[in-house]
Design a protein around this ligand. Structure first.
Ligand SMILES: NC(=O)C1=CN([C@@H]2O[C@H](COP(=O)(O)OP(=O)(O)OC[C@H]3O[C@@H](n4cnc5c(N)ncnc54)[C@H](O)[C@@H]3O)[C@@H](O)[C@H]2O)C=CC1
Ligand SMILES: O=C(CO)COP(=O)(O)O
Length: 421
């Protein structure tokens, strides 16, 4: 080996999962299995930040983090699933992210604002993020993806993971696919000979391997966000002592024999698929709860998919590829599984069957887990209404109106009829 190369990549990436719910714990299990299998790339121990709470275990009240670290099981959010012993539950957010170069954000979207404010200035400047959050962030100036929002807030690049991923199945190691979108800007790493050559893996999107490969001086570098707009974020390059953070490294971190990863560069489409399908899943649950069966559900899914694509194209333009919705796990496959066995679907179904609000089902049936569709429906509706566009998205609007009690499930057939050509 060339003597000069000996020092290259002698540091390993430390991985922290921010969040520990049903999906947070499942993803933490996956990455801890892979850090153990790949000590050449990653530190073996994975930190998982846990929003601390008391649980009853062995008939006495105990801290959830203590139970996880002692019994290697998240008894509240992922009961019955053994977690790897190299997964460390940590109640301190600041401590959990210390020195982590890979941050995986996986918590209900209503909590991310507070978590990001706590993280400001506390993370390593060259960290990279992956958001597993299904939702969109709506503010006065428009709608943004959580990957964009985390990236801008923390001054880091953040990609997205989303797919047909009902957590309980993946935790039981049943076969599943997912989509990871990662498309960082070119960075200065010319001192690393292994990274100035061609990318290590070919990307499904030509010319976008996700490798940070160019020799552009940092001062001249313009970071473009998921919509191709120039971002105010000034990225700090990953030091050459670390393995490159590219598609191949992220695939190694997430892929398991039971969890097949497709790497893409469409961060906007990948994120929007996961966020918007939750609104459609509520609509599907409403009609099934009414007893209308699979054909009615399929009709809601068809119209819902069209509104998802329309929303993506209308507000994210060329940054979104329609094929992400129609060909990737993060698109139509997620819509199918979520409208079959997801919590939003089941919650909406039960609320119609029992004649109670969705929020009531969330309280009584979910043991602390959170529905994302209800808040996403409200946020998307407020965004559309402000622009006078709500009537152009009749299914999204009807789902929100049903949640709010302004419409009933009996209004859905007219919406589907209008959507006929
Ligand atoms: N569960 C699933 O099957 C899947 C979920 N997702 C997405 O993953 C994201 C995370 O969802 P889950 O892990 O399922 O969460 P969850 O709904 O199972 O768990 C709730 C989590 O919120 C935490 N929490 C409660 N109050 C909090 C507070 N005040 N501050 C911070 N955290 C608090 C709880 O500790 C718990 O970890 C969501 O965006 C969801 O849409 C994506 C794919 C599959
Ligand atoms: O996103 C999911 C499956 O991919 C899970 O959806 P729910 O949050 O509705 O369970």
């Amino acid at each position: 080996m060339t003597p000069g190369l000996l020092s290259v990549n002698d540091k390993k990436h430390k991985v922290t999962v921010v969040g520990s719910g049903n999906w947070g714990s499942t993803i933490a299990k996956i990455v801890a299995e892979n850090t153990k299998a790949h000590p050449e790339l990653f530190e073996t121990d994975v930190q998982m930040w846990v929003y601390e709470e008391e649980v009853t275990y062995d008939d006495k009240p105990q801290k959830l983090t203590n139970v996880i670290n002692t019994h290697h099981e998240n008894v509240k959010y992922l009961p019955g699933v053994p977690l790897p012993t190299n997964l460390i539950a940590n109640p301190s957010l600041e401590d959990a992210v210390q020195n982590a170069s890979i941050l995986i954000f996986n918590l209900p979207h209503q909590f991310i604002n507070k978590v990001c404010s706590q993280l400001k200035g506390k993370i390593v400047p060259f960290a990279r993020g992956i958001s597993c959050i299904k939702g969109v962030h709506v503010a006065d100036d428009g709608v943004s993806l959580f990957s964009e929002w985390i990236g801008d807030g923390l001054n880091i690049y953040c990609g997205a993971l989303s797919g047909a991923n009902v957590a309980s199945e993946i935790a039981a190691e049943k076969l599943s696919e997912t989509t990871i979108a990662y498309d960082p800007p070119p960075m200065d790493n010319s001192r690393n000979p292994s990274r100035t050559a061609t990318p290590r893996s070919s990307s499904p999107h030509p010319g976008t391997s996700g490798a940070e490969l160019s020799i552009t001086p940092l001062a001249d570098m313009q970071h473009k966000d998921a919509r191709g707009r120039v971002s105010k974020t000034k990225l700090v390059p990953v030091p050459q002592e670390y393995p490159p953070l590219d598609h191949e490294t992220f695939k190694t971190l997430f892929q398991r024999p039971y969890f097949l990863v497709s790497m893409v560069s469409d961060v906007a489409g990948t994120s929007l698929g996961g966020a918007l399908k939750n609104i459609v899943a509520l609509g599907a649950g409403f009609v099934v709860g009414k007893g209308w069966g699979n054909n009615a559900k399929a009709a809601v899914m068809r119209v819902g998919l069209l509104e998802m694509i329309k929303f993506g194209k209308e507000f994210f333009g060329e940054a979104v590829s329609v094929s992400t919705f129609t060909e990737e796990s993060a698109g139509v496959a997620d819509l199918i599984t979520s409208c079959d066995g997801g919590r939003n679907f089941n919650g909406a179904r039960m609320c119609v069957e029992r004649g109670v609000p969705v929020a009531e089902i969330e309280k009584t049936e979910l043991n602390g887990q959170k529905l994302q569709g209800t808040s996403t429906a409200a946020e998307v509706n407020s965004f559309l209404k402000q622009r006078g566009l709500d009537e152009q998205y009749p299914l999204f609007t009807a789902v929100f109106d049903i949640i709010e009690g302004r419409k009933t499930v009996d209004d859905i057939p007219a919406i589907l009829a209008k959507a006929q050509s």
